[in-house]
Design a binder for this molecule. Structure first.
Ligand code: V1S
Ligand code: CA
Ligand code: ZN
Length: 390
């Protein structure tokens, strides 16, 4: 299939570097960079690459990474080697910078980090130069990384770097995060500013679900004179949320946020671990519902930086991100929901070969989010938005 027309009114750019894909966190680790290969293969099988501007992402430079990260942390990230985990003289730094099971040290770690960060920086720059209206980096979205510390499979925070770039051109940037985990690293980076409104939807259980932050009453610094007060917005959810409730909640919250805050640009993290059947997640979303959130954000016609994030069932991650690429190209209707039966795809998408398999039917969790609970969330977000002006 290669008949996807280029969107006439706007340009979509795709930022990727294939050298990210072979990096390996370890056999039992859930993060699999090869999910990006599968996504790209699906996108290309549908001919979507003809409809976008394709850019080979370059590696972010040390100086670019240091716009957010501490140089002592970057120095360590640059020189650390897989065998260092066992060296007593390195153990203090390994603990300090939070390397370990979640954030292992693997071959080519610094290259991996600088490439995925380079993709988000390139994407943000294309938006700022008006060379693109929607810029996609599926290898980015690593929202847990802190200034001087790795966290939750994330080493450098490409989203923060991308937003810092957008802030050079836009007075206000909104961040929206649909990964099943709380976007704590991005929230923390912009905690004390009113120039970024961070909005994260996530499973919240302080003691039993990573990272344990993102309660509804965590809205920014408590001092009312701190400009960041009220500019963190958290939507804590319970297990099993379904398509209909999630889409409604997303629209009820994101719509008023955009209308009130009036951002000049939006960064959207599309973590695919909020899908049903995810190895780490606990929501019941189907590919179509995840995509409906992306489609909704797109309707506001603002410069849009789109990044990936979590997603631990690679066949579903690639389904979601390929579908979302088609949405961003205004071509979702032109895509055959039956995945072509090529040799490569036989192993991953059979026996159904559907872009939209019924994910929630396979491992259905009870929806623990009552209507009253969700209505309460929307009401309290409305109250928070009274403190925000655009
Ligand atoms: N949930 C979960 C989970 N699973 C793992 C894990 C499993 C096997 C391994 F070999 C290595 C790690 N770690 C976690 C979480 C981190 C989730 C990060 C999500 C990242 C993102 O999707 O939001 C963005 C890319 N870590 C924990 O729960 C911490 C522990 C508390 C339990 C797991 N052990 C390995 C570390 C400590
Ligand atoms: Ca989230
Ligand atoms: Zn996640």
């Amino acid at each position: 299939q290669n008949a996807i027309p280029r969107p006439s009114g706007y340009r979509v750019s795709w930022h990727a570097n294939p050298d990210v894909e072979p990096h390996h966190f370890g056999s039992s680790h859930p993060m699999k960079p090869w999910r990006l290969t599968l996504t790209k293969q699906l996108v290309m099988a549908y001919g979507m690459h003809h409809a976008m501007d394709l850019y080979l992402a370059r590696a972010a430079t040390y100086e670019e990474l240091a716009e957010f990260h501490h140089t002592d942390y970057l120095d360590f990230l640059q020189q650390v080697m897989p065998g260092d985990m066992e060296k007593p003289e390195k153990s203090e730094s390994i603990v300090k910078y939070n390397f370990g099971d979640d954030c292992p040290i693997f071959n080519g770690l610094y290259e991996y980090c600088s490439l995925y960060a380079g993709g988000s920086l390139d994407a943000a720059r294309k938006l700022c130069n008006n060379q693109s209206e929607i810029a996609i980096n599926w290898s980015g979205g690593l929202h847990h990384a802190k200034k001087g510390e790795a966290s939750g499979f994330c080493y450098v925070n490409d989203i923060v770097l991308g937003i810092l770039q957008l802030l050079r051109h836009h007075p206000r940037v909104m961040y929206v995060d649909i990964d099943v985990h709380h976007g704590d690293g991005v929230e923390q980076a912009f905690w004390s500013t009113d120039r970024v409104l961070t909005v994260s939807f996530h499973k919240y259980d302080k003691d039993n679900f990573f990272p344990g932050t993102g309660a509804r009453d965590s809205t920014g610094p408590s001092h009312p004179l701190n400009p960041g007060a009220h500019h963190a917005l958290n939507v804590p959810l319970h297990d099993g949320i379904d398509d209909k409730s999630y889409i409604q909640l997303f629209k009820d919250i994101v719509g008023p946020c955009i209308e009130t805050y009036k951002p000049g640009a939006i960064a959207l993290q599309c973590g695919a671990d909020s899908l049903g059947c995810d190895r780490l997640g606990c929501f019941n979303l189907n590919v179509g519902a995840h995509g409906a959130c992306v489609a909704y954000v797109k309707t506001f016609n603002l410069p849009l930086l789109v990044v990936g994030g979590g997603g631990y069932t690679p066949r579903n991650v690639s389904r979601a991100w390929a579908h979302e690429t088609s949405i961003l190209l205004d071509a979702a209707d032109l895509i055959d929901p039956n995945i072509p039966e090529t040799v490569t795809f036989r192993n991953h998408f059979g026996p159904d070969y559907s872009l939209f398999p019924p994910l929630s039917e396979m491992r259905k969790l009870d929806n623990k989010n009552s209507r009253a609970y969700l209505n309460g969330l929307v009401q309290s977000v409305r109250e928070q938005l009274r403190y925000i002006r655009g």
